[in-house]
Write a protein that binds this ligand. Sequence first.
Ligand SMILES: [Zn+2]
Length: 231
Amino acid sequence: MSMSILILQQAVGKNCPNRPDDVKSIHKCLMDIGKIPCYVCTGAFDNTILQGIIEVQRHFMLTPDGVISVGGRTQGFLANWKNKPISPGVQLPGRLREAWDWVDPLLPEGSYCSSGYRSADEQRRILHNFFLNTYRIQIIAKYGQQQYDAVKANLLANESKVLEMVRGVGQAIAAPGSSMHQKGKAVDIGGPSAIDNKQVEVVKLVAKAHLDLLSGKVLKERNGCVHFEIR
Ligand SMILES: [Zn+2]
């Protein structure tokens, strides 16, 4: 699936002008993204195209209206529709995958799935990496070299101290064993910080359309990820 140029003269959908060229553009687009089967379009609006538009809108609308307005939200998402990469090793069991699949194609270019389910050991590895690498300088600046070294001497035994210091420099992180990632209920979206706000906006929109699946909790993590949770 690749980005396509989607130009409409007038609205396409239920009770719309449905100009043949516009209908053909939407038909091609819906085929490209796999929302409708492949067939030859005469330029006439039909029920398959309507259902395809509704399938697209189900990603972000609680009640799809089956209408693509010129310059509207549906056209915008459709024009930039693209499945994003999932980082190697990321696990999205069960409903976590379902949640990602609703959010995924709407996310801005440059987004990727950076985390899903994590075991307690993985969570611990992330915590240690924050302590030893990502925030080492900030932690030393705040707590002093001596205290840093004392905690570093036994990370496992000093886990509550490690947590306190990582959190103390502004990085929110759950204690190993208690993270929503370990419960299989959280996804992290990576990408350049310039698109963080757009990512948050997309997840909030999807959450409103899938109240039974997404909890609506979305937050920007200091490490640059946008984190969201399912119920
Ligand atoms: Zn997260």
